[in-house]
Design a protein around this ligand. Sequence first.
Ligand SMILES: [Mg+2]
Length: 190
Amino acid sequence: MSLSRALRRLFIDLDGVLADFHTPLVGLYGLEPNALTEADWAQVGEWGLSVPKDDLWQRVQAVGAEFWAELPELPWTQELWAACRAACSEVIVLTTPGPFPESLAGKYAWVVEHLETSKMLIGSPKEACSKPGHVLIDDREGYRKRWEAEGGEMLTLQRPWSPQGDSPADVIAALRGFAARGASPKPAKT
Ligand SMILES: [Mg+2]
């Protein structure tokens, strides 16, 4: 896949890309994050905690907006965010909420505090924001078909649940290269 040269808007996902949603999530089940294997994390990322999704959301909702407002950053969060801002004049956080209103409040608070912007869209479906020149960075490869069907292009961030993606370092390097050269932000495979 090649990304077009036109990068008019850059959309970036929150959970699993800029905010560490998954470590606190396993904590809600009393699991020790450091004890989980890569395969375990792959399951976590695919909602595979071997629990019904309803149960999972009930646990998150019990914490309230604070669950999202207090998510830790990922090791690459600030570098990735800065690289996005350098590559494109319009960067918008694009995130799907959990199935309850506290989720929206917590996500908004997180973005304002950690990214110092209020440019974000919380909703679904993501592909409603897709068109030529619109690039999405997300950790869910499953969005690709629907996003690209609308004309946009997608970079998948590599996580244990998306091993086919590009590593955070490669995505950051590609965005920096784009900012410097005005070239395609497609990461070079290393
Ligand atoms: Mg995500």
